[in-house]
Design a protein around this ligand. Structure first.
Ligand SMILES: [Zn+2]
Length: 75
């Protein structure tokens, strides 16, 4: 359960989230499990999959963040 490679993956995911402007609301569940996150751009909160957010096979992350994201903070 608590293997070193899991720590490594969690650390990479957390650093990635920060770069993509997400705030994790729970511990890293694995790339293919729902992760409760808060969008820094609009304060939306909900489950996202890290495997989707990080981009596939070296592709850049999708600009699509979640349903209804304005891409910027409402004022
Ligand atoms: Zn958003």
């Amino acid at each position: 359960m608590d293997k070193p490679q899991n720590h490594e993956a969690a650390y990479r995911a957390l650093r990635g989230l920060e770069a993509l402007r997400w705030i994790p609301l729970g511990g890293y569940p694995g790339a293919d499990n729902p992760w409760l996150l808060k969008c820094q751009l609009c304060d939306w909160t909900g489950p996202r999959y890290w495997s989707h957010l990080r981009g596939r096979k070296g592709a850049p992350p999708t600009p699509y963040r979640h349903p209804g994201c304005t891409g910027r903070k409402a004022v």
